[in-house]
Design a protein around this ligand. Structure first.
Ligand SMILES: Nc1nc2c(ncn2[C@@H]2O[C@H](COP(=O)(O)OP(=O)(O)OP(=O)(O)O)[C@@H](O)[C@H]2O)c(=O)[nH]1
Ligand SMILES: [Mg+2]
Length: 304
């Protein structure tokens, strides 16, 4: 049986990365024309300029005992490996609650990812609370309530238009009072403009820290895998406002590209912690670099 992450990468494996694998497999060296074509494929897969340059270099000059595809895979792992196996702190690390701030542009999958994370943490026996600090969109709170219910997590609701920093503050107080292990704070991704968004996130971050020094303990940026190169700009925008410790890369099941993971690792050094692979509560995988590279460039076991 295919592992879940690899399975979810089926579209990417059959898309541009399938073309890459086909072009490199079994070859010891590539002609100038083949290298140009590879460059185009990698750029179109969202690997980014720096990542593409690094991969091309490895394909050209990597160890001669490896074929071109093996050299590419090894270099992809070298880009990802220092950033993988990242395990964020859970509520088990002493100070309760662990406060996780969920960030990202609108529609990236924040609320869904908060729900999946809540289910997963609750499944480990942790006491989870979710806070609806997205007060911008009227339906946001209801959507989070459904996820909290599904996860068996407590919910701190809010009214549309309420001050999200105040909601977050109250949620930390409630979590402290109730012995919550992990508090997940869902935020809004769309505001009037970038500065407003950054200012509001800074305020939420600072207000949480006022109630609980040292919190939030984790900033998770939720990013749609199909976002492409503007994902880098998004990550920079959020990082300028608050600390971003890890990325939840969503909708990997829907992308025919997937190279953005390499661009993020290469250019920003932010680890991808989880991958969203569908809309269900269980569709969240811990990111594993080897499984990811196999998922993009490996054989399709199911058809083998
Ligand atoms: N296929 C797939 N769909 C996903 C995944 N994650 C989220 N979605 C879908 O993406 C859409 C947007 O997800 P939300 O969680 O509402 O996104 P959001 O970032 O909270 O959006 P706003 O609150 O409007 O900023 C929903 O239809 C989700 O079901 C995923 O990993 N795979
Ligand atoms: Mg949302």
């Amino acid at each position: 049986m295919l592992r879940a992450l690899k399975q979810s990468l089926s579209k990417a494996r059959h898309g541009v990365f399938g073309a890459v694998a086909g072009a490199l497999s079994g070859k010891r060296s590539l002609s100038a024309g083949e290298l140009d074509r590879l460059e185009g494929l990698l750029l179109s897969a969202d690997v980014g300029v720096e990542g593409t340059r690094r991969l091309l270099q490895a394909v050209r000059q990597g160890p001669s005992e490896l074929d071109a595809l093996e050299r590419l895979k090894a270099e992809m792992l070298a880009i990802l490996a220092p950033k993988s196996d990242y395990r964020p702190p859970g509520g088990e690390n002493g100070g309760k609650p662990a406060v996780w701030l969920i960030l990202g542009v609108n529609g990236s999958g924040k609320t869904t990812s908060a729900g999946k994370l809540g289910s997963r943490l609750a499944g480990r026996g942790l006491k989870v609370m979710m806070a609806a600090a997205d007060t911008y969109r009227a339906a946001a709170g209801e959507q989070l309530a459904v996820w909290a219910d599904r996860a068996g997590a407590e919910l701190v609701a809010s009214k549309p238009g309420a001050d999200p920093a105040a909601v977050a503050y109250d949620a930390v107080a409630a979590a402290q009072a109730r012995g919550t292990d992990v508090l997940l704070v869902d935020t809004a991704g769309r505001l009037h403009n970038k500065k407003h968004l950054q200012d509001e996130l800074r305020k939420i971050h600072a207000t949480i820290g006022k109630r609980m020094p040292g919190a939030p303990h984790l900033g998770l940026l939720v990013m749609d895998a199909a976002t492409g190169q503007s994902g880098l700009a998004q990550a920079r925008l959020f990082s300028q406002a608050v600390p971003v410790d890890g990325i939840v890369l969503t909708k990997l099941d829907g992308t025919a590209k997937g190279g953005i993971v390499l661009a993020i690792a290469q250019e920003l050094g932010i680890p991808v912690a989880w991958a969203g692979t569908g809309e269900g509560a269980g569709d969240l995988q811990e990111f594993d670099a080897e499984e990811f590279v196999e998922g993009l460039l490996g054989r399709d076991d199911a058809e083998a």
